[in-house]
Ligand binder design. Sequence first.
Ligand code: LER
Ligand code: MN
Length: 266
Amino acid sequence: MKIAIVVSTPEVTIQPLGLWGDFEENVGKIAELGYDAIELFVGDPGQLALQDAKDLIRGQGLEISAIGTGLSYTQYGLSFTSPDVLTRKRAVERIERYVELAAELRSNVIIGSMKGMYQTTYEDAWNRLEECLKRCTEVANDLGVYLLLEPLNRYESNIINTFSEAVRLIEEIGSESIRVMGDTFHMNIEEENICKTMRDAEQYLAYLHVADSNRQAPGRGHIDFEAIMTTLREIGYDKFVSAEILPIPDQDVAAKSAIEYLKGLI
Ligand code: LER
Ligand code: MN
């Protein structure tokens, strides 16, 4: 199991979860704290100075665990369930750019917030999402990148709130290039049992966001991370756990406390 943390790339203008601000300084801090990888939070892939970011991260001996795409919905309004065909087309094109970026960085692409908040019927939203994701998987497949489908809690998206929905959609899409990822903060709200959920989806589980019940660093709320880490070990999970956490009390303390706590459990 390898440990990552979310870091915003330089063009991101609002504080997200994880680290934000001076990119070079943040990458240095993460390496020094002993993280294995950075999860890049990218706003517009077209605006990222790719070579600089790549050199900086590799220069510190870090991997790039995944690319987060949430801003493309929260800031740019691109959604796969939008009733507007042009918005859906732009959402697919946006993911294609992220997939190209991921191929360059030998990384994978998270699909969480871009599922959107539909205002039509569930069935229409499902069909739109499925059609868009099928197109995204074609590019992902060509470039050897995984799409990581992330169930979010009901207050952030009203489709794919649980692993069982995610697995059903993945099976319908029928591509090897789309897998499920968890986020313990969302799972704590939506799933009956976090450990059983991960065990049941073992063959599809490809990534995990970790945050506590209050979205602070693991260990600062009441999620049972000991049980989660034991489950991951038992199912032979050897991929990333990535801290996607609030900067509380500040981002440096949060980053330090996340890795110390996680290392103590692994
Ligand atoms: C948003 O709450 C979240 O968990 C992100 O990983 C979605 O892209
Ligand atoms: Mn997440």
